[in-house]
Design a protein around this ligand. Structure first.
Ligand SMILES: Nc1ncnc2c1ncn2[C@@H]1O[C@H](COP(=O)(O)OP(=O)(O)OP(=O)(O)O)[C@@H](O)[C@H]1O
Ligand SMILES: [Mg+2]
Length: 246
């Protein structure tokens, strides 16, 4: 059993408080005839307001780790701290609340509601998050932020894949989550559009102070991040801090 301490006590003096702290996270899945160790002792500190890239081959454990950080799954051992709380030890209700209020998700396959236009898709997520005031203004702001201020009335089917993914990003950040988790958000985009989405994430970290964790196996996107966490067969390869101008 790992000892649990509040995050303030584990960070070195003078360091900014990490938005996400991953400590000794392992995940074992029961599989037919035994067990499968998908993650082994993952450790990372992700400072607030950075773009962290989680990279690795197919099957290396990226989605498994992202799901644990987003409180969609629980590790077999270890802990994940968000805003001073060990999310793995919260009640199911508190975890749901965390997911709704503090985390935004962007998935590989764009999951917009096809019968709603861009504006309505983003507004719907604000309703789900329980936002009552200033919704229209915030929806507009987010759609402008992703460069779609002139497409607000367009239906998903009237937009390109990249544009739809940008609506999905606007939707994921509208309720001002602390953390944005994006699982292969660029997988279905061409390389120019993928770079555009990565640039957009970086801009969001600056403009909205959101901490973004994005998984990818696109080596062309590695430079876009402030921090790279690399997985290989469920183990961590590096966690280097990149030199990027802010
Ligand atoms: N629910 C589960 N039960 C059993 N094994 C699982 C489960 N989920 C994932 N795994 C296994 O854990 C490993 C990591 O899976 P994961 O989905 O995290 O990989 P990934 O890095 O996201 O891969 P990809 O790039 O293909 O999305 C895989 O070998 C997978 O088969
Ligand atoms: Mg995956």
């Amino acid at each position: 059993m790992k000892e649990e301490r509040p995050m303030e006590q584990v960070k070195a003096a003078g360091e900014p408080e990490a938005a996400i702290t991953i400590r000794h996270v392992s995940r074992v899945f029961p599989v037919t005839g035994g067990e499968f160790q998908a993650l082994t002792d993952i450790n990372a500190e992700i400072p607030a307001g950075v773009l962290a890239i989680l990279k690795g081959r197919s099957g290396s454990g990226k989605t498994t780790l992202l799901n644990i950080v987003g409180a969609l799954d629980t590790p077999t051992s270890g802990s994940v701290w968000i805003g001073g709380q060990d999310v793995c030890r919260l009640s199911e209700r508190a975890r749901e609340n965390l997911r709704r209020k503090q985390v935004g998700f962007v998935f590989q396959a764009v999951s917009l509601i096809p019968t709603m236009n861009a504006f309505q898709n983003v507004e719907f997520s604000l309703r789900l998050a329980g936002v009552k005031k200033g919704r229209a203004q915030r929806v507009e702001e987010c759609l402008k932020l992703v460069g779609l201020g002139n497409r607000m009335q367009h239906m998903p089917a009237e937009m390109s894949g990249g544009e739809q993914q940008r609506v999905a990003i606007a939707r994921a950040i509208a309720h001002r989550p602390r953390i944005l988790l994006a699982d292969e958000p660029t997988a279905e985009l061409d390389s120019a559009m993928a770079a555009e989405v990565a640039r957009l994430f970086r801009e969001l970290t600056r403009r909205e102070r959101v901490t973004v964790v994005m998984t990818t196996h696109d080596t062309g996107l590695m430079d876009a991040g402030d921090l790279v966490i690399e997985l290989e067969n469920g183990r961590q390869v590096t966690g280097e801090q990149q030199e990027t101008e802010r």
